[in-house]
Design a protein around this ligand. Sequence first.
Ligand code: HDD
Length: 749
Amino acid sequence: MDSSKPAKVVKDVVEKVADVLTPDVPGVPGSAPPSLAEPTTPHDPLPPKPEQGAPETRTPTGAKTGAPASAKAQQGRFLTTAQGARLRDTDHSLKAGPRGPVLLQDHHFREKITHFDHERIPERVVHARGAGAHGVFTGYGTADALTRAGFLKKGKETDVFVRFSTVLGSRGSADTVRDTRGFATKFYTDEGTFDLVGNNMPVFFIQDAIKFPDIIHAAKPHPDREIPQAQSAHDTFWDFVSLHTEAQHHTIWNMSDRGIPRSYRTMEGFGVHTFRLVNDAGETVLVKFHWKPKLGVHSLEWEEAQLLAGIDPDFHRRDLYDAIEAGAYPEWELGIQVFPDTPEETFAGIDLLDPTKIVPEELAPVQPVGRMVLNRTPTNFFAETEQVAFHLGHLPPGIDVTNDPLLQGRLFSYLDTQLTRLAGPNFPQIPINRPHAAVNDMLRDGYHQHAVHAGVAPYRPNSLDGGNPFPAGDADHAFVDVPVTVAEAPKVRANPASFDDHFSQARLFWQSMSPVEKEHIVRAYTFELGKCYHQAIKERQLQCLADIDPVLCAQVATGLGLPAPQSTRPLAEVTPSPALSQVGREWPADGRMIGIVVDEHSDLDGLGTLRRAVFDAGMVPLLIAPHGGMIGGLPVQRTFATGRSVEFDALLLAGAPAPAPDALPARDAKAGAPGPANVDPRVLLLVQECWRHAKAIGAWDGGVDVLRAAGVADTPGVVTGESASDVLGTVQQLMAAHRVWQRFPASIA
Ligand code: HDD
């Protein structure tokens, strides 16, 4: 897909977004709901979507191998048993008379219920809640000198499947909780599948994989009451991270705005570990992988995140699917930071094997090597998103691992976990996991074996199958383990001494934040520690904060009502990394949601022009009216009962709707007295929340009265004018910065 889409395409795209978000309205062309009657005339199944078959297998040069695709999920016109016998009734069990007991011989009943009883599989032990999408990766060819990996060659297109996730919550938990987000990409390359299993944060809580059960046991719900769900704001999490100080760097990322992304589309992704690239000449470099979102890195405000967890727990999943189905395809560039592969495996004094450390982009710029566009939602959530299985050992020729002890342990865990989760070693045969490269392994049998292997000699060497399969040589694109020298050393359970610095990079992160981001971090720590019951845990974490930065510590201590301890160690001299901050740059507002409040007195003729102008600016207008149906000849997308501020990135007020019959009476919070009685209280709430969350607000006509009633007129980022055209341009400019940052009090320098 071309990122420089002509304006017409952008307009079509946002109109489609609006359609996706518009409920069916009887009588409106193109939106008539389908007949409600049950269809009874037998006909063939709807045409299967392409992904209901297996992906075509291809040779390393891209030619089709002609291997058979898997059977379609549905065939024929009639309902059948799993064995294909046609059924005439699936609504009544076989009974001894209409009032009698059900007979054990009812094989259809038993098959139907048995299958249902086993529909659920174990959820992922971490990252259980997620959403996936298909897409295409296109190489730029800029990494050719560094790696032999074919999918990075110029113009080479490779299918991908990406699964985004939260870490802590169960499958049904809310999307917008404070947590790290998973960002796992499966590249179906011609040379074998490559899984880049990363997060939206570049560091991890632990330096050695053997501690993974410890951090996860601490962060998951308490074992006695199984609460809290999908939260780190509880005693066991803070008990662990305050004792285990190598977690402090990752923890401050979680407490920052990165822990509550606005959308999966506005997240960076990181491979975290250092990997090794090898080129055709066998030369190597060390690299860190980065995904850079086209729309920039943006976050929710904490109150928004909390409200959304109740109002729309599927917020991120919905946002991803709506955008793709409307054609507003999410995009990222893949980039690498490149370091010389020296025996020390350090860069600028930073240990590249320590996954709690970053290398600031100012020291090693991220160099783009390709672009990913997500352009297709899954056909079936379970078959694809739930059954997709990632593993760091899925590596194509040209990419190899390093000795990072976290990475080494992950190489064991991901394969192992699939054996339980997907019930056996044949999970690579599940359609979503099938490589698009030709497969000729000597693995046989096992639970759920789908392949019917021919031949008699799944061993090497053999003569009975003509010697097949044959080992590939260098010229045949074989994977070669880089022959890295392992230093002679005693077997020990120990870390290198360089892993002992747990605070300087947490301090680097803090020092790189803008005042408003610092304010958010302080509030996040204060909230989370405030939820702990044990005083000693709060005090111990305050000590860690003092060792990161005394200002941070003092602010959180004030919020907790505790004394701020002194630092116990010299504070590191750090050079801030501006690349870590999300504030201060401008980004495209493509696909952003603009709520437009209207009523019967609004300039309804001007509404159509306004919607068009918002479309033309690449954003999505949603009309919010006192009632559903139509207003001014346009479909209403949200009513005062169904709309809530957290859904919108900016608000336009084209009217001052009087309280509707279903509104609660407005009350002045202090006195319990009636509030501004002339405006619907839900509109006041909408405006006040948008204001509190630093969103741009524009108003004209009666809308200006709403601003006054809400007490937000003449404040930063609130724009008024004679007409819609007066205010829209300014609102759009404000949105490029994501929020009206000056509305937040910046008490921390
Ligand atoms: Fe992990 C899933 C990312 C450390 C063990 N991990 C999982 C997923 C992501 C990550 C994105 C979800 C994959 C999906 O969508 O199916 N994990 C990371 C990152 C880490 C990390 C970026 C550190 C840099 N993980 C890590 C360690 C271990 C695991 C140290 C174990 C020793 N992770 C797992 C797992 C999971 C998993 C238990 C659960 C489901 C799965 O693998 O397939 O094996």
